[in-house]
Design a protein around this ligand. Structure first.
Ligand code: AKG
Length: 323
């Protein structure tokens, strides 16, 4: 096991380079202002577990303001960023992802979202007030968007109440996270250096926005990798492992990864909407056809997280809960 502590971006060995994948033109685009989007959304979750939403209603200024604050933070001297604290739980991380030896060409800020305003100690500082308010505004807008999408999913699945998924993310105890990722330019490795290794997201839903720099790749049903054309005006939505379980595998938790760019910085801001810690996760009976068997044994979100933190990024974490 490789354990790396607080390395600066240039100080540890690089992850293994790999070939960038071809662009995929089949990413479903869901216009939230159009009637009928719920059926398209369900199809996208079944086929890919990934889609793009447009006309999402989140003002560009609000997005730009958090991106600008994030860039200011990542431009700070390394020692100052590290004062925020290691991201073994929440805080700043560089090159190490999790605590089991995963590394990537990335630095990030990982923040827990509670019902209260952001509270990482460095954000309490008077000098961080614009960062704090950009974060709080962004989080409430993006959480609302996640709920809207989850409610459309319930509509599309024809199940009631329509907040059957969204109530988990809206719960006061919801275990949700915001992650700001910065993939610095990686000279000599244009689009071939692993920024963030392949994985599925554990939570219910992820709402991802990046600047206009490419790098995100997803797998299709046949296991092949494809690149996603960036679109800074839209949000990308990932189905997470928890939603795959709630739908008994009907929705697909999408495997994805990021390759770093040779000459340009990529910044992504990802909201991961999770259930409360004690929430029991199992396929919703409402969604099970007569005689259909559950693919998973029931487990709590807390149990899942305990198991997940002992695994590597690329592991099939849900495998431990399959029947
Ligand atoms: C993650 O933070 O879990 C990601 O997969 C990042 C994706 C991205 O940067 O586009």
């Amino acid at each position: 096991m490789v354990v790396l502590t607080k390395p600066a971006l240039g100080q540890v060995s690089l992850p293994r380079p790999q070939k960038p994948s071809p662009y995929f033109s089949g990413i479903p685009v869901i216009d939230l202002s159009e009637p009928g989007s719920e059926a398209l959304l369900v199809r996208a979750c079944e086929e890919l577990g990934f889609f793009k939403v447009t006309n999402h209603g989140i003002p560009v200024e609000l997005i730009a303001s958090l991106e600008e604050e994030a860039m200011k933070f990542f431009a700070l001297p390394q020692a100052e960023k590290e004062r925020v604290g290691p991201a073994t739980l929440f805080g700043y991380g560089s090159r190490t992802i999790g605590s089991n030896g995963d590394i990537g060409w990335v630095e990030y800020l990982l923040m827990q979202i509670t019902s209260k305003p952001m509270s990482l100690p460095f954000l309490m500082d008077a000098s961080a007030s614009s960062f704090r308010s950009a974060l709080n505004e962004y989080i409430s807008a993006v959480r609302k968007l996640a709920c809207e999408v989850l409610e459309l999913m319930a509509d599309g699945l024809k199940i009631e109440p329509r907040n059957v998924f969204s109530k988990l993310v809206m719960d006061e105890e919801s275990d949700s996270v915001l992650r700001l990722n910065h993939y610095p330019p990686c000279p000599g490795f244009n689009g071939t250096m692993t920024g963030f290794g392949e994985h599925t997201d554990p939570q219910i839903i992820s709402v991802l926005r990046s600047n206009n720099i490419a790098g995100l790749e997803i797998t299709l049903r046949d296991g092949s990798w494809v690149s996603v054309l960036p679109d800074q005006a839209s949000f990308f939505i990932n189905v997470g492992d928890s939603l795959q379980v709630l739908t008994n595998g009907r929705f697909r938790s999408v495997r994805h990864r990021v390759l770093a760019n040779g000459s340009k910085s990529r910044v992504s801001m990802v909201y991961f909407g999770g259930p409360p810690s004690g929430e029991r996760l199992a396929p919703l009976p409402l969604l099970m056809a007569e005689g259909e068997q559950s693919l998973y044994r029931e487990f709590t979100w807390c149990e899942y997280k305990r198991c997940a933190c002992r695994t590597m990024l690329a592991d099939n974490r849900l495998g431990q809960f399959e029947k």
